[in-house]
Design a protein around this ligand. Structure first.
Ligand SMILES: NC(=O)c1ccc[n+]([C@@H]2O[C@H](COP(=O)([O-])OP(=O)(O)OC[C@H]3O[C@@H](n4cnc5c(N)ncnc54)[C@H](O)[C@@H]3O)[C@@H](O)[C@H]2O)c1
Length: 261
């Protein structure tokens, strides 16, 4: 279902993005990869750029074609660099790239945002998430985090809470909805990629090990990539504004504890 489609994928130089690009190409898609680091192996077209600030994003958008079928927002950072840069890359930059590219996504096309089980708290922390998603454009991130009293350590989960909330808002935003562009999220649990070591630093070994023990093993990039490509494909034509858990059952296990069943 991806044959002949032009798919833009961020974060293609490592982990989940690299595997998603490889699988999309194997399925006949033309992939345009974006990353700040060079890919270890050439896969489709590649644009090197930094998605952490508006200038870097504008430079990337200028080089993208006038028509694409889907945008897969996979690039992300773990939070080790602090909350401001994490929010800039994982949420505000992602949103700016997506809104900038939206007019070039074909009618009926798709956006897929890679969120995380770490964003599980979006509903519990809804007032904060609404306030931060409600800030338009690409703000002075350090300032709005200070204004909202956000501690530096929660940058990663907060960025994914905002992403899950915005995915649902964007699905009904005229920019996407009027042209039938679906906007969905895919949320992995722990996945064996280079970022997982950093999560152990940010979230602690106990949290990561507990998540892994709930499902028997960590995921692999090959477990996640098909879910991302499904959400991007026409097979998911009636799925919109959803947060698809690709986590081996981790969210269900946490729900059982939190809700009680
Ligand atoms: N691995 C996990 O355990 C896990 C779990 C849940 C969610 N995720 C999410 O999956 C996505 C992919 O993560 P991964 O596991 O493949 O990690 P990874 O570190 O292997 O890959 C991330 C890629 O994003 C790129 N990137 C980071 N900042 C960038 C920037 N400013 N501009 C351009 N490119 C940038 C990196 O260079 C890297 O190639 C992330 O959004 C992450 O939050 C990962």
């Amino acid at each position: 279902m991806l044959n002949g489609k032009t798919i833009v994928i961020t974060g293609v130089s490592s982990g989940i993005g690299a595997r998603t690009a490889e699988l999309a190409i194997a399925q006949g898609a033309d992939v345009i990869g974006i990353d700040m680091r060079d890919p270890p192996a050439a896969q489709g077209a590649f644009l090197k750029g930094d998605l952490s600030d508006p200038e870097g994003i504008a430079a990337i958008v200028r080089q993208l074609p006038q028509r694409v079928d889907a945008l897969l927002n996979v690039a992300g950072v773990s939070g080790t660099g602090g909350a401001a840069v994490t929010l800039a890359i994982n949420f505000y930059g992602l949103r700016l790239l997506t809104e900038s590219l939206a007019p070039r996504i074909r009618e009926g096309g798709a956006v897929v945002n890679v969120a995380s089980i770490a964003g599980y708290g979006w509903r519990a922390n809804l007032a904060r998430a609404k306030a931060l998603v409600g800030v338009p454009g690409f703000p002075d991130v350090a300032k709005i985090l200070a204004d909202n009293g956000v501690p530096n350590e929660i940058g990663y989960p907060l960025s994914k809470e905002l992403l899950i909330l915005w995915t649902q808002i964007a699905a009904h935003q005229p920019l996407f909805k009027q042209r039938g562009i679906r906007v969905n999220a895919v949320s992995p649990g722990p996945v064996e990629t280079p970022i997982l070591t950093q999560f152990r630093t940010v979230l602690g070994d106990a949290k990561v090990d507990s998540d892994i023990s709930r499902t028997g093993r960590a995921g692999t990039a090959s477990d996640i990539a098909p879910a991302i490509l499904f959400a991007a494909s026409d097979a998911a034509r009636w799925i919109n504004g959803a947060n698809l858990a690709a986590d081996g059952g981790l969210e269900a296990s946490i729900n059982a504890d939190v809700i009680g069943f």
